[in-house]
Design a protein around this ligand. Structure first.
Ligand code: CMP
Length: 148
């Protein structure tokens, strides 16, 4: 089973879409194994989005992601990294397909509601940025047998 990291961004929290996002992931069969709400510091934002440093939108992105609380999830499931990226949709909500979170709920490129890890390596790095190992809960879902 893979683990991936998801962050509902300040626009998702501010628009009361946390439950909608989580509902979609849970209904898909992904298992919630950690959850946290916090307001990111500029330092955390720089660490999180380090690969985008120097890009024209970087400063605005940092201002946006630190502008309000975020909700962070760790989700577990088969092929979780790729499946969650598909469920989120294209980065720019205007390009995102219907049926995806961004395609159904957003109109912006920057304010695109959710972030998700783009690879297993990124997932491990991002999970470790925000969660200690003992904050990730190991448990069995009774319905797991149906998801084999
Ligand atoms: P995310 O998937 O979190 O990864 C990087 C983020 O940068 C992206 O979602 C958007 O919020 C933002 N982003 C990417 N490209 C642009 C852009 N061209 N203009 C503004 N923001 C962008």
């Amino acid at each position: 089973m893979e683990r991936t990291f998801v962050m509902v961004k300040p626009d998702g929290v501010g628009r009361s879409l946390v439950g909608e996002c989580l509902r979609r992931f849970e209904r898909r069969g992904l298992k919630l194994v950690a959850l946290k709400m916090q307001q990111l510091s500029v330092d955390q934002a720089h660490k999180h989005y380090g690969e985008h440093k120097g890009k024209p939108f970087f400063e605005e992105l940092v201002a946006f992601i630190t502008s309000g609380p975020v909700v962070q999830l760790v989700l577990e499931g088969r092929d979780a990294v790729a499946q969650v990226r598909k469920m989120n949709g294209a980065t720019n909500c205007l390009d995102a397909a219907g049926g995806t979170i961004r395609g159904d709920l957003g109109l912006s490129n920057q304010n695109n509601l959710v972030h998700a890890s783009d690879s297993l390596e990124t997932a491990a790095r991002e999970i470790a940025l925000y969660f200690s190992e003992d904050e990730i809960v190991v448990y069995a879902l009774p319905c797991a047998a149906w998801l084999k």
